[in-house]
Design a protein around this ligand. Structure first.
Ligand SMILES: [Zn+2]
Length: 337
């Protein structure tokens, strides 16, 4: 196809879209995007609109002044992204309200936050599996500059919204520090949100929590009998279910016990048969049988390029002149002596 035809088809099919508002709501629009080597700056303007006073809830259309906010967002193509928002302050017209002026809210960021909700979610998501320091380093690779202290602050800000009228919950024990301290996590089965994190996992705090949540009629729980007993004592009519994960875990644990009794800890197999005694250790490296190699036509010559030159391997794991390799070799010798 000719280039002019391709271009014509592209103009018909792919209309250039100036409207970036899929990122925002109807009251805000993007008017400029600027990019340099490390950052992408997106400029947002607010359309004058009806705004609700956060203090009294009364609607206002009275603009007071403009206001600029810079908010760090999730990275764009590995670059740090900033939203530069030019928004409005409104006057509250309610004479009984203490708040004379208020700043309009933005749909993607909390009132006085410097990072978008999406970025905070990304940071928390990454640091969930790493130390704060490790998360800070990994995030810097993809264009998020955040210190490990900030990550800790974000964690400290997490609040659980408990619901005293909740009817269906999931309960599980979680390690807050692996192998050392445990907690009891309670989830809302409908929203899948964590609504409470209780101090122990022996059912003591869970029992107290249940007493304040007497509408609970269904609990999906793990196998811990401590939870089962607490539920039975506090809300006897409540239905208890074990989830599939825990049922499978029960089954596997039982099977392991059976196999442990039946099968010895070590089994030695040679040439398809089971040995009665452990095999003798041998350090001698057996050279390949030349007769066998010749019979199958094995070509033991080094591989070559199509032009006949020797094919060189680039193996970065065996850079014999590297400092790391030398020091390791030195250590190995010491150990052998
Ligand atoms: Zn007000």
């Amino acid at each position: 196809m000719e280039l002019s035809n391709v271009k014509e088809e592209a103009t018909l099919k792919y209309q250039k879209k100036e409207d970036f508002n899929l990122l925002l709501d109807k009251d805000h629009f993007i008017y400029d995007v600027r990019e340099d080597a490390e950052t992408v700056n997106i400029f947002i303007k607010s359309d004058p609109h009806v705004c609700v006073c956060p203090n009294c809830g009364k609607e206002s259309r009275e603009l007071h002044s403009t206001y600029e906010r810079t908010i760090q967002d999730t990275p764009l193509r590995g670059k740090q992204a900033y939203l530069n928002a030019n928004i409005y302050k409104y006057e509250c017209g309610n004479p009984e309200c203490d708040r004379k002026v208020f700043t309009e809210p933005l749909p993607f960021v909390k009132m006085s936050a410097v990072r978008t909700d999406a970025l905070n979610q990304l940071i928390l998501g990454v640091s969930m599996f790493l130390s704060n320091e490790g998360a800070s380093k990994v995030l810097s690779l993809i264009g998020v500059t955040v210190s490990n202290d900030t990550i800790q602050r974000l964690y400290n800000q997490i609040e659980f919204v408990d619901n005293p009228d909740i009817e269906e919950i999931g309960v599980d024990d979680v390690a807050t520090r692996k192998g050392r301290s445990y907690a009891t996590a309670i989830y809302d089965m409908k929203t899948r949100q964590l609504i409470a994190l209780l101090e122990d996992r022996d059912g003591k705090t869970f029992r107290e929590w249940l007493k304040d949540h007497r509408k609970v009629r269904l609990v999906a729980r793990d196998r811990a009998s401590a939870y089962a007993k607490a539920i039975k004592d506090v809300i006897p009519e409540c239905i208890q279910v074990a989830d599939r994960f825990h049922l499978l875990q029960n089954l596997i644990d039982r099977l392991k016990d059976i196999f442990k009794d039946e099968i010895p800890a070590e089994i030695f197999i040679r040439d398809g048969g089971i040995l009665d005694t452990p095999p003798q250790k041998t350090n001698a490296l057996k050279a390949p049988d030349e007769k066998v190699m010749n019979a199958v036509g094995y070509d033991n010559s080094p591989p070559r390029n199509p032009d006949g030159s020797m094919l060189e391997y680039d193996n970065k794991n065996r850079d014999l002149s590297s400092g790391q390799y030398k020091s390791r070799m030195g250590k190995g010798k010491k150990n052998r002596n």
